[in-house]
Every structure is written in structure tokens, then in C-alpha cells.
Ligand binder design. Structure first.
Ligand code: SF4
Ligand code: SF4
Length: 71
């Protein structure tokens, strides 16, 4: 099991991470961020996160601050 920590205050709502996650575990949140658009949140109800850190690598704003690999 792995998970990520997103700092929504840093999110600029580019949504690159949504497209990049191979398991589609990142989605728009209900919160409006600094760019007046929805920020993103991690949603992994089936514990599918690979801990691959692709989401963190594609984020231009370092908003995905931590990838925790519990395996
Ligand atoms: S670490 Fe990999 S599987 Fe987990 S949310 Fe990021 S891109 Fe998706
Ligand atoms: S890639 Fe980073 S800035 Fe873009 S939506 Fe995802 S967390 Fe926000």
C-alpha cells in the first residue's frame, strides 16, 4: 500500500497529475485553489497506488509533496 500527500495550497490546477497517474487515483477536489479552479485530491479506495511517484514528477509546482511507499 502506498499513498501520496498533496499540498493543495501549492496546486495550480493544471491537472497533469490526473492524466499521468497510471491507476487514475487523482481527481478534482471540491476546493477552489489559487488559480480559481478546483484543486486535486487523492482517491484510492481500493489501495491501488503503486508508489511510482509519476504524479510527483509531472507536477510543475511541487504540490505532491510526498509519496509514501508502505510496501
Ligand atoms: S504514486 Fe503513482 S499510482 Fe500513486 S497516485 Fe502517484 S502516479 Fe498514481
Ligand atoms: S500536477 Fe500539481 S499543480 Fe497540476 S493539478 Fe496536479 S497537484 Fe495540482
Amino acid at each position: 500500500m502506498s499513498h501520496i500527500k498533496i499540498n493543495e495550497a501549492k496546486c495550480k490546477s493544471c491537472y497533469l497529475c490526473i492524466d499521468a497517474c497510471p491507476k487514475k487515483l487523482i481527481q478534482k477536489s471540491d476546493n477552489i485553489g489559487s488559480m480559481a479552479q478546483y484543486t486535486v485530491e487523492f482517491n484510492d479506495t481500493k489501495n491501488q497506488c503503486l508508489g511510482c511517484a509519476i504524479c510527483a514528477m509531472v507536477c510543475p509546482d511541487m504540490a505532491i509533496e510526498e509519496v509514501v511507499n508502505d510496501k
